[in-house]
Design a protein. Structure first.
Lengths: 180, 578
């Protein structure tokens, strides 16, 4: 039971390491470094990177920005709750608000156009989970996050909330339409 | 005067006070596992779309309790038992300040009961993570704080025991590798608990109105230094248990003390950085911070796990080859004692942790890949592979080992015990794999209804997602059956198992001291160093000591590489984000 006993040599740190372990450690280390450098490389050459742009914001201020955008670019309303649908101009700042238990408003975007999507929650943590593409972003109250997003396929998309936010969490949905 | 008894079967020495503390902590752990398992069944049957058992409010309450019970209480209680075992029994030392250790244990019990009472009161369904500003009842946080302080006392008792053992010269040379690993776990535990205090004490004060505001982003950052690091205690401890079981069953000698201990040292330095894994899609964190932390500083902790992944089975292979099992690459493995639940639990833990938990964990912890995985049910899939197949199965193997040695009872239902690890592993592997698969289709975690009942907008996950969640549900039920079998065998053995020593009565199974006649006042002989190795006669083919293990390690690496780049491919197909 020698793993339960003190090492056989008092100077166990000076005992040479076998060839097999050295080879494995070398291989594993190379793989670890490859994995590490993939991340900065993707920042340089990849198209999916979470930006660091974010601002501290109060619920009232953020709500005001959302309302201003809706006033300017509202195109129609959806469902019995009359949730506004906003079609912002190319490259515009788009403000999406998360609250119990709704994504507000709905958005109509164009394919291959880049928008500045702002995300904020005015109450608890929420999770922006865009389906069926499966993009998932944490939405933290008090922090307005700005993502430059470029839809690459037309269609109807649903925003699911995937951060637990109370009893009606499962019913918190939003919509984004992407047009050609 | 410290009293000891020697186990006649294994030669291990048990200090009277330490022995009772080990029993009490292990039993408390198994009770928490039992509760956690019952709750798991309710969670599984609700997330299985065709059954959808509980209403939403009970589901979130049960899910909160399941997380806290299984992920915190079961693990930490059992880890206390492991610390006392590694500090006192393995070093043949008396335990330092047993009264403090009992005080710590009592605090842990009080804390656990308090938090569970808050959850089952129905007003603290905030999940284990309890992200502010969602508010739980004050005693939810207070219970966790009391539990953590109790565990902290246990950690210091362990460190004190190391000092006692050193001063009283109870062992020759350096501490055994298993104790070294337990010390790693202890150090990580202290960091973890300090982080927990740093965030849960202010949150408690906030919940009773003494603090007006807790920043939600800061909360997440510090909470995860508790939440993720607590799982790293498990990793360090269950790797120590792998070495322990390899030593007990095979007499395996670590391939290299230096390599294994250096790997543990990497854990101490880098493993706790992983709190960043949970924050990769959070607002405002710099890229440099995320890259450094999420990769444990260039994946040095992953390197450590890959090293243990070679050296643990490698040590077994070398020991088996010495016994003459030298045919081909895998005779040593084929002829391993697969019918012994101590070994099978341990080996499944090793393989499952590496292939399912390890690979998926590194992939999802890659900064950008987190975008397609964060908060989907992929995440629970991953950590059921690490903490259930990995840690829990290692603890189960250790329990089977300890029933005769520590509790002095013969295990009941030996035939069922042979099968138990396989049933449990099958079920939990299904849970892990199919949840991960459903996560890639976007199914959310911590979500009562994937059909979104009550929302007029309408959205349907693909039919495949429902199928995958159904299969995961079947796996969950199988897993619960396997877990229940374990609880029946473990608790049943303590109550009904044949006594291996006349003093081992019913109460003695639960921490009451054995009669004095079982112990002697004689100090155990000093723990000798391992016998010096005989000259290496046969190095196996290609000059490698453990060629079979090397092949297994390469299979792991190839799977790892393929799976890693597949996920980059998936990521490249989603909308541009910059």
């Amino acid at each position: 039971m020698t793993s339960l006993l003190p090492p056989a040599q008092k100077n166990w740190w000076a005992v040479p390491v076998g060839r097999q372990e050295i080879i494995w450690i070398a291989i594993a280390l190379v793989w670890c470094l490859i994995m590490f450098f993939m991340m900065p490389l993707w920042h340089m050459y990849g198209n999916q990177n979470i930006p660091t742009e974010a601002y501290k914001v109060t619920p009232a201020k953020y709500q005001a920005k959302v309302n201003e955008m809706i006033e300017k670019y509202k195109v129609r309303e959806e469902t019995a709750m009359k949730i506004p649908v906003v079609a912002p101009p190319d490259g515009a700042d788009v403000y999406l608000l998360a609250r119990l238990w709704q994504w507000y408003p709905m958005l109509e975007l164009k394919k291959d156009v880049t928008y500045r999507l702002h995300l904020n929650s005015i109450d608890w943590n929420h999770g922006f989970s865009l389906q069926p593409v499966n993009i998932n972003i944490q939405v933290v109250p008090g922090y307005e996050m700005v993502l430059n997003i470029t839809p690459n396929k037309a269609g109807e998309y649903t925003i699911v909330c995937n951060e637990y936010c109370g009893i009606m969490h499962h019913a918190m949905l939003g919509k984004i339409w992407v047009k050609e | 005067m410290a009293q000891f008894r020697q186990c006649p079967d294994t030669g291990l020495f048990f200090h009277k006070e330490a022995e009772n503390l080990m029993k009490a902590n292990a039993v408390a752990g198994v009770v928490c596992l039992l509760i956690g398992g019952i709750l798991a069944l309710l969670v599984v049957l609700t997330r299985w779309p065709a059954i959808h058992l509980l209403p939403a409010d009970s589901f979130y309450m049960v899910l909160t309790a399941h997380g806290v019970c299984a992920l915190i209480f079961w693990m930490i209680f059992f880890e206390m038992a492991i610390l006392y075992f590694a500090g006192s029994t393995l070093l043949r030392s008396r335990l330092a300040t047993p009264r403090w250790a009992w005080a710590g244990f009592v605090m842990m019990v009080i804390g656990a009961v308090m938090t569970l009472a808050a959850i089952f009161g129905g007003k603290s369904s905030v999940m284990m993570t309890s992200y502010v500003p969602m508010r739980a009842e004050p005693h939810f946080y207070l219970g966790l704080v009391i539990f953590a302080v109790g565990a902290l006392i246990g950690c210091f008792v362990y460190l004190g025991t190391l000092v006692v053992a050193k001063n009283e010269k109870t062992y020759e040379g350096s501490v055994p590798l298993v104790t070294f690993g337990a010390t790693t776990a202890c150090i990580i535990a202290i960091f973890t608990i300090a982080s927990g205090a740093e965030i849960l004490i202010p949150t408690y004060l906030w919940s009773i109105g003494y603090i007006s505001h807790i920043d939600p982003a800061m909360y997440r950052l510090i909470w995860w230094a508790l939440g993720h690091s607590s799982q790293q205690i498990n990793v360090a401890a269950h790797v120590a248990v792998w070495y322990l079981i390899a030593g007990v069953i095979f007499g395996a000698r670590p391939m290299s003390e230096k390599v294994s201990r250096a790997a543990y040292l990497l854990y101490i330095f880098f493993l706790q950085l992983a709190s960043a894994h949970h924050l990769l899609t959070d607002p405002g964190l710099s890229v440099e911070w995320k890259l450094f932390n999420t990769s444990y500083a260039m994946y040095l902790a992953v390197l450590a796990s890959m090293i243990h992944g070679l050296t643990v089975p490698g040590a077994i292979e070398v020991a088996q080859r010495k016994k003459g099992l030298t045919n081909g690459a895998f005779e040593w493995l084929r002829k391993a004692p697969w019918g012994n639940p101590v070994f099978s639990s341990m080996f499944i833990s090793l393989v499952g942790f590496g292939f399912l938990g390890g690979i998926s964990g590194v992939v999802m912890g890659t900064e950008q890949i987190s975008i397609i995985i964060h908060n989907t049910i992929y995440v629970p899939g991953h950590f059921h592979a690490t903490v259930v197949i990995g840690t829990t199965m290692a603890w189960m193997g250790l329990t089977y080992l300890l029933i005769p040695v520590l509790f002095r009872r013969k295990m009941i239902f030996p035939q069922a015990a042979k099968l138990q690890p396989y049933i449990f592993a099958l079920g939990m592997s299904m849970v892990a794999v199919f949840h991960m698969a459903a996560g890639t289709l976007g199914v959310a975690r911590r979500h009562w209804d994937m059909g979104f009942a009550g929302n007029p907008l309408g959205f349907e996950y693909p039919a495949t997602a429902y199928l995958l969640m159904g299969i995961a549900g079947i796996g969950g039920v199988i897993g619960v059956i396997g877990g229940a079998l374990f609880c029946v065998i473990a608790v049943g053995s303590l109550v009904f198992g044949e006594k291996l020593q006349k003093e081992a009565g019913l109460l003695q199974s639960f921490g009451v001291p054995l009669a004095d006649s079982a112990y002697t006042n004689e100090k155990p002989a000093r723990l000798p160093m391992a016998p010096a190795e005989a000259v290496e006669a046969d190095h196996g083919e290609s000059g490698f000591e453990a060629p079979g293990t090397f092949i297994l390690a390469m299979v792991l690496l190839v799977s790892f590489v393929i799976y890693y780049f597949i996920n980059w491919k998936y990521l490249s197909e989603v909308w541009g984000i910059s």
